[in-house]
Design a protein around this ligand. Structure first.
Ligand code: MRU
Length: 342
């Protein structure tokens, strides 16, 4: 049985600590919203859709603990809690979509009613994400042919999404259709989501997978060993530009050079029509120590400068199709994305 990345237990939130996988399967019960926010920042829970779910439940936890009987004061405190979550990670738009949905749901005549609505909305977001990943996976599976070798980058499985997964969901659904497949997964430096999470999830799903370092991808493409690439997304701008884990852009350019289809699989909650292009997507810059160290062990001289942008932007013209729960969209994307979101 697959492990649940996140579980609402009424008065607390249980998360699987992804920073310890695959060596240790440990769950953390969080009852203070600040601890949920910290778990997002520290990437104990990670992946765009699941960050949105965690923030929604985290706000619900925080709302339960507000003690005032004054509605105006309650709403001010609720807003402060939402701001705490908005400051955790900047790139994945699912986080901000979830916060906005909770904000809109937080209405009612009494404080108990508002608290109940906030919890109901968080549960609804969770259920919708599960259903979205199931549907987009089924749709995307039709793009995969029997015998394909698929390259994926970072982790876009159930751990990152709740439910079925996005990029990995498509691969799993194709296997369930009886297609014989194999996967090449990049290790995904600096935090190694591919090496520690993706290959682990594929192994559990009994899908043949080979781990490579990020720099090997071009070699395998040029050797004709890859039939298509599927990745997830953290934010898709209105023109189809995609923010995803650092290194995605490099893969997309190599794919075009080698005539390999490059697919992005993401739920509608990842689409941000308020931004006209990827140039406007905020890119998270993380601690340089994630580059100079691996699991706390230094790999570079002390004091060396390092840069650590966590995501990059792949321009729409490198993307063969975007797979969503409402259908597969091909470029030009502006109209197609607008139609499925609205
Ligand atoms: O920094 P992370 O681990 O939260 O980033 C997640 C990704 O960028 C993944 O590539 C994923 O595809 C997007 S979420 C399904």
């Amino acid at each position: 049985m697959a492990l649940e990345a996140i579980e609402w237990l009424g008065n607390r939130l249980r998360i699987l600590d992804q920073s310890k996988l695959p060596w240790e399967q440990s769950f953390i019960d969080l009852s203070d919203y600040r601890d949920v926010a910290l778990a997002i920042t520290e990437m104990k829970i990670r992946g765009a859709p699941v960050i949105g779910i965690a923030a929604a439940y985290g706000i619900a936890l925080g709302a339960q603990d507000i003690t005032t009987a004054n509605k105006e004061e309650f709403l001010v405190k609720l807003e402060q809690i939402m701001q705490t979550f908005a400051a955790t990670r900047p790139t994945a738009v699912n986080l901000f979509q979830a916060i906005n949905r909770i904000k809109e749901a937080a209405i009612g005549d009494s404080i108990p009613e508002i608290k109940r609505r906030v919890i109901d909305e968080a549960k609804q977001i969770y259920q919708e994400e599960i259903e979205a990943t199931r549907r987009l996976s089924q749709l995307g599976a039709d793009l995969i042919e029997d015998g394909f070798t698929i390259l994926t980058h970072c982790n876009a499985g159930p751990l990152a999404t709740a439910g079925y997964g996005t990029a990995l969901g498509v691969i799993k659904a194709a296997k369930e259709q009886g297609k014989r497949l194999s996967v090449i997964a990049t290790e995904t430096r600096p935090l190694l989501q591919g090496a520690s999470l993706t290959v682990w999830e594929l192994q559990q799903a009994d899908i043949s997978v080979t781990l490579i370092t990020d720099s090997m991808a071009g070699y395998f493409m040029n050797q004709g060993k890859i039939n298509c690439i599927i990745v997830g997304a953290d934010r898709i701008a209105g023109n189809g530009d995609v923010a995803n884990k650092i290194g995605t852009y490099t893969l997309a350019v190599l794919a075009k050079e080698n005539n390999i289809p490059f697919y992005v699989a993401a739920p509608i909650s990842t689409i941000d029509l308020s931004l006209s292009s990827g140039a406007k997507i905020p890119i998270e810059e993380r601690n340089p120590e994630e580059v100079t160290h691996i699991h706390g062990v230094p790999i570079a001289p002390k004091g060396i400068k390092a840069a650590n942008p966590a995501f990059d932007i792949t321009p729409y013209n490198y993307i063969s199709a975007i797979i969503t729960e409402e259908g597969i969209i091909r470029g030009p994307y502006t109209e197609g994305l607008r139609v499925i979101v609205c």
